[in-house]
Each structure stands twice: as structure tokens, then as C-alpha cells.
Design a protein around this ligand. Structure first.
Ligand SMILES: NC(=O)c1ccc[n+]([C@@H]2O[C@H](COP(=O)([O-])OP(=O)(O)OC[C@H]3O[C@@H](n4cnc5c(N)ncnc54)[C@H](O)[C@@H]3O)[C@@H](O)[C@H]2O)c1
Length: 447
């Protein structure tokens, strides 16, 4: 099949390269000339494990190319994916659909012959209807079927997720699109990935419901973590104790500094707005959004408390800036709020992230960027582990302690064990765990 993918960001690029890898003839489009120029010279402008190799292999095989020329790419396509951003609209939190609608207008003017236009961007219920309306208005002669096909990949594991999805959701209201979409995803279908056909509105809502549910799950365990701290319990064991129940499941039960990233914050806020628009409020999601917003800032207070209640003039080292490991994506990362909160109270911040510093430089001020975790530690009054990159999981604790001014360690991802940190001479604070390990608590109780 000939496939055009409009928008070559995290989702568009991964979609394009994976579909090319399935054997389709794919052209990825972006209006960002620098991005396309980089891709044309084999440079992938985002960090996503395995993406660069897969792009280069498919370009070499002649199945993948790049352009800024949307009309010529879409003219020849059987399928045109829309994979542009749908950020929060400034001021009100609705999904900003201006990029999607702009592409719909351009696609409408360019299509020839029967074309399936697939919205892969995360969009509110009813957006597909509006895209179809725009296309009919711009080009009444266009023969198109507008399909919803939300994407569920996770940054950091995007290729694996795209190639081995739990399910593929396709929302159609034109039967001709069913055959085309089955063909697009045939390799996955043969691998037993369930292809769930539904109507367009249901498909649009599935994406928001999925993200909101996961965000609620994270927020739930974060609140349980606070309760554990207050009550002297251990959130990791609570998470294991409930996660082994198949009805609950163990994923997304890791307490931390609050969810961030390019999807959960904007999608939960958008779902709240969608609910309000339909007069059917999503109150659990409203509460989730509010708890999570407060939590990120509360994490800076946790650090300040670990420093004896005052960080003025102190140097705080931050390990990890991106919203999760294995990405360079800094959108809505908890580190942004935590660092701002520390700076507001007079702290100097030194930070290191294996991939995120380039993006972070444009998003934070007065931060000194270091080259390694140990450089961050030099002269620091405290260290805060914000993102659980693998290289922060096995730090040389003696070396770290020897370069720090005060050996205080705030572990917002529960990477280390309290007794191990104490043994190395650190004052250690984590999330939802008392200072004692389970074994220690049991022997305490026995005494
Ligand atoms: N990032 C994720 O993990 C993820 C996962 C699932 C779904 N989504 C959804 O996918 C969509 C895209 O997200 P993303 O993270 O890939 O965004 P992104 O910002 O990384 O990429 C969007 C790209 O679209 C390009 N673009 C914008 N307008 C254009 C136009 N008129 N013509 C051509 N190109 C244009 C931009 O230049 C940019 O390169 C969003 O709706 C998002 O919610 C994202």
C-alpha cells in the first residue's frame, strides 16, 4: 500500500517507519524543514531506542522517504495518516485541534481517487466528523473515508509497542475503510494482535478513556504512598499485594513524583473538558488532574524537608529530567515543577540527564548542566533522583558520598533500598516507604 504520514514527530515517525518495515511504501511528511532535512541525511531528530537503525534500514530498502511537500505525497497515497500534535489549548485545556484541521484542509485539496484519511492524533469525540466535514467542504468531489485509529505506543518502547500492540483500535463509519485498514495492519493481525473495529466516536473515546484510566491508577498509588508514609507502611508491598490480583494488574502501580509527559497531562485535562461539554462530568478524572498538579510541586517541599526545611543558598543535584527514562521528551516533566519549586526557595540547581538536557536547556533557567551523576554530586547538599534511567540504578554510592557536601538523597522513584543507603552513610528519603526495610520492621515487631 502507498501510505502518507503527515507529522513526523514521536508518533508519525514511529508509525511511518514501522509500516514501512511491514513492507508498505511510506512517505513521512512534516512542515518543519529542518526535521525533514535531518531525516533525509539519516539523522533522526528524536531519541527513541532502535528508531534510528530502523529508519535507515527502511530508507535503504527504498520503502521509506521524507518530504515537506504534502500535496504530492498525498496525491499518490491509498492511506493518509494524520499524526500531528494536539496540545492543550492555552487558557482552557481543550485539545487544540488547529493542526489536525489544517492538515485536513491540505489533504482534502490534494487527494485523488479513493483515499482513507486516518486520524492517529489523539482527538476528542466528534473530531472525525469535523475532519470529514472539512474535507467535503474544501473538496466536494473528494472520495475519502475518515477513520479513527488512536495510537497507544509508549515513548521509550515505541517500536516494540507499535509492532506488538495489545490491540489495534479502528473506528470507521464507511465499510470500504475496513478492508484497507485490515490490509495496513495485516502483519500485526497475522501475529494475533486483536484488531478492534468500532464506530469512529467510540474509537476516539477509547483513547482518552485508556489514558485517563492509567493516569488514575498512577495517581491512586501515589495517594496510597502518602498514606503509607503517614501510617508507617510500605507502598511497594501494597502495590505488589494488590497488583497480583489479576483484576487490578501490577502495571502502573509505581509510586513516584506524579505523571508527566506529552500525553497524560493534556489528555486527562481534555477528557475533563469533553465531559463538561457533553454535560457528563468526569469527576474522577477531574480529581486526578488536580491531585497530580499539586503533587509535582509537593515533591520540591519533600526535598526541602529532607534538607532540614531550608534550601536557601544550598546546591541541590537533580538526577534525571525527562518525564521517564529512554526518551528525550521533556514535555510536562515533573522535574520542571520540582526544580522551579526549589529555585523559588533559593536553591541552586545542578542537573544531569542522559538524553534530555538539550530540550531541558530551553525549558528551565539558572540550572547548571553537568556531564554525569558524579559531577552533579560534587559539593551538593542533597541529590534528588527524579527519572529512573538505568545508569542511576547502580551508582557507586561511596564515590557519590565522597564528592557531596552533605550525603542527603531523595529518591522519588524508590530505586534504592533504605537500609543500603543508610549503610553507605546517606540520609535517605523515598516515596511511601518508612525508613526501614520489611525485614527490619518484622524484627522490630518481634522485639
Ligand atoms: N508521544 C506519544 O507518546 C504519543 C502516544 C500516543 C498518541 N500520541 C498523540 O499523537 C499525536 C502526535 O504526538 P507527537 O508526540 O508525535 O507530537 P510531535 O509534536 O512530536 O509531532 C508532531 C509533528 O507534526 C508536525 N506538524 C504540525 N503541523 C503540521 C502540518 N500542517 N503539516 C505537516 N506536519 C505538521 C510538527 O512539525 C511535528 O513534527 C498527538 O495527538 C498525541 O497526543 C502521542
Amino acid at each position: 500500500m502507498k501510505i502518507a504520514v503527515v507529522g513526523s514527530g514521536y508518533v508519525g515517525l514511529v508509525t511511518g517507519v514501522c509500516l514501512a518495515d511491514f513492507g508498505h511504501d511510506v512517505i513521512c511528511i512534516d512542515k518543519d524543514q529542518a526535521k525533514i532535512a535531518a531525516l533525509e541525511t539519516g539523522v533522526v531528530p528524536i531519541y527513541e531506542p532502535g528508531l534510528s537503525d530502523l529508519v535507515n534500514a527502511n530508507v535503504a530498502a527504498g520503502r521509506l522517504s521524507f518530504t515537506t511537500d504534502l500535496p504530492s505525497a498525498v496525491r499518490d497515497a491509498d492511506v493518509a495518516f494524520i499524526a500531528v500534535g494536539t496540545p492543550s489549548r492555552r487558557g482552557d485545556g481543550h485539545a487544540d485541534l488547529s493542526y489536525v484541521y489544517a492538515v485536513a484542509r491540505e489533504v482534502a485539496a490534494a487527494v485523488s481517487g479513493f483515499t482513507v484519511v486516518v486520524t492517529k492524533s489523539t482527538v476528542p469525540v466528534g473530531t472525525g466528523d469535523e475532519v470529514a466535514h472539512i474535507i467535503r467542504t474544501v473538496n466536494p468531489a473528494a472520495d475519502v473515508a475518515v477513520v479513527s485509529n488512536p495510537e497507544f505506543l509508549r515513548e521509550g518502547a515505541a517500536i516494540e509497542d507499535f509492532k506488538r500492540p495489545d490491540r489495534i483500535v479502528v473506528g470507521i463509519d464507511d465499510e470500504r475503510a475496513r478492508e484497507v485498514m485490515t490490509e495496513v495492519y495485516r502483519p500485526l493481525y497475522l501475529n494475533q494482535a486483536p484488531l478492534l473495529f468500532t464506530d469512529r466516536r467510540t474509537s476516539e473515546l477509547i483513547k482518552y478513556a485508556a489514558n485517563a484510566f492509567l493516569a488514575m491508577k498512577i495517581t491512586f498509588i501515589n495517594e496510597v504512598a502518602d498514606l503509607c508514609e503517614a501510617a508507617g507502611a510500605n507502598v511497594q508491598e501494597v502495590a505488589r499485594g494488590i497488583g497480583l490480583d489479576n483484576r487490578i494488574g501490577s502495571k502502573f502501580l509505581h509510586a513516584g513524583p506524579g505523571y508527566g509527559g506529552s500525553c497524560f497531562p493534556k489528555d486527562t485535562t481534555a477528557l475533563v473538558k469533553i465531559g463538561q461539554d457533553f454535560g457528563s462530568p468526569m469527576r474522577l478524572v477531574e480529581t486526578t488532574v488536580s491531585i497530580n498538579d499539586q503533587r509535582k510541586r509537593a515533591m520540591s517541599r519533600k526535598v526541602i524537608a529532607a534538607c532540614g526545611g531550608d534550601v536557601r543558598g544550598k546546591t541541590i543535584g537533580v538526577l534525571g529530567l525527562t518525564f521517564k527514562p529512554n526518551t528525550d521528551d521533556m514535555r510536562e516533566a515533573p522535574s520542571l515543577d520540582i526544580i522551579r519549586g526549589l529555585q523559588d526557595r533559593g536553591a541552586k540547581v545542578v542537573a544531569f540527564d542522559p538524553q534530555g538536557m538539550e530540550a531541558a536547556r530551553h525549558m528551565m533557567e539558572n540550572v547548571t548542566f553537568a556531564e554525569s551523576a558524579y559531577e552533579v554530586g560534587e559539593g551538593a547538599d542533597a541529590l534528588v533522583l527524579v527519572t529512573e534511567w538505568n545508569e542511576f540504578r547502580s551508582l557507586d554510592l561511596d564515590r557519590l558520598k565522597s564528592v557531596m557536601k552533605t550525603p542527603a538523597f531523595v529518591d522519588l522513584r524508590n530505586v534504592y533500598r533504605p537500609h543500603e543507603m543508610r549503610r553507605h552513610g546517606f540520609t535517605y528519603v523515598s516515596i511511601g516507604r518508612s525508613d526501614l526495610d520489611p525485614g527490619e520492621r518484622i524484627s522490630d515487631a518481634a522485639e
